[in-house]
Design a protein. Structure first.
Length: 301
């Protein structure tokens, strides 16, 4: 009865921890807000392991049992434990629960990472498999992020987060790519062939992207600045149903330094001019395509 009496003073926070453990995957447990009868928690001596915490708790428990006093008279049966000792015991109990929750989150992260590695070994390139691998790494990182900063595992968790985030980025890229099948028909409509077209579409808010051939470097990195011109041309030929084999003249006014085989005063299929702009970063082709779009009254530029 004496133990029951003074333990009632310690806030029952295990319920909050258990509720967190009932949730699926991460986070396993979150440290709940704790109300204590004192403004500043007592300082605990340097503790380096869970074993030391358990030993301290058991020692304080034994000391409280020995120091319990039951006065005579009307107050008989009322237990008044030493306040400082009781507060220290409470602080130790809270720290133990924080550490136990941290350990469970850590163990879950390792388990999820192991499952992700196994799933990657069995990957068949399907959307379902890519989604599973991404979810496992994402949940593993979330579990590690739930490890409290003041716990013994904090530094280890930070190192693991950095490691796992690298795997998560790769899994995220693969998952996004697996959901990008709808871009292939769009690339085919250009007449250039889906293997020669690079498409990346992203949402600014979430930074979530869909891509086609996103990991393949462009034939000419310098051509990246000419992508807006290519977009405007493709929008024009698509909306006006223009055949990419339609010949267009190269105006002499568009002459500039150029290393491609597009020459002023000649005619070339629109497809070839477009390809030379992208593949060879042709300045003459770029100038001519800008004229081609602007001449129709477009204000894209």
């Amino acid at each position: 009865m004496r133990r029951v009496a003074y333990l009632l003073v310690i806030p029952v926070i295990a319920v909050g921890i258990a509720a967190g453990l009932a949730a699926a995957n991460p986070p396993l447990a979150l440290a709940p807000p704790i109300e204590t009868p004192y403004d500043k928690p007592p300082e605990l001596p340097a503790i380096e392991s869970m074993e030391q915490l358990y030993q301290m708790r058991d020692r304080l428990q034994a000391d409280l049992d020995q120091s319990s006093v039951f006065p005579d008279g009307n107050e008989a049966g009322i237990f008044s434990p030493p306040t400082e000792m009781l507060q220290t015991l409470q602080a130790v109990e809270i720290r133990i629960q924080v550490e136990e929750a941290a350990k469970q989150n850590w163990d879950q992260a390792i388990r999820l990472a192991t499952q992700a590695v196994e799933a990657q070994k069995q990957s068949d390139g399907s959307l379902q498999r890519a989604e599973k691998i991404y979810s496992l790494w994402n949940d593993a990182v979330s579990s590690l992020q739930s490890v409290p900063e003041q716990s013994f595992l904090s530094e280890n968790a930070e190192a693991k987060i950095e490691e796992y985030e690298g795997y998560l980025k790769f899994a995220s890229y693969s998952y996004d790519t697996a959901r990008s099948d709808y871009l292939e028909p769009i690339a085919e409509k250009t007449g250039l062939g889906s293997d020669r077209v690079h498409i990346t579409v992203c949402r600014a808010a979430s930074r979530e992207c869909r891509r086609l051939n996103g990991s393949a470097p462009p034939a000419s990195p310098a051509s990246l600045i000419k992508v807006p011109v290519a977009i405007a041309v493709m929008e024009k030929v698509t909306s006006e149903n223009i055949d990419l084999d339609t010949p267009i003249p190269i105006s002499r006014g568009n002459y500039t330094e150029d290393a491609s085989d597009v020459w002023v005063g000649s005619e070339y299929p629109l497809r070839r001019v477009l390809l030379r702009m992208i593949e060879h970063s042709s300045n003459i082709a770029t100038n001519q395509l800008i004229d081609y779009v602007v001449a129709t009254g477009s204000t894209r530029f």
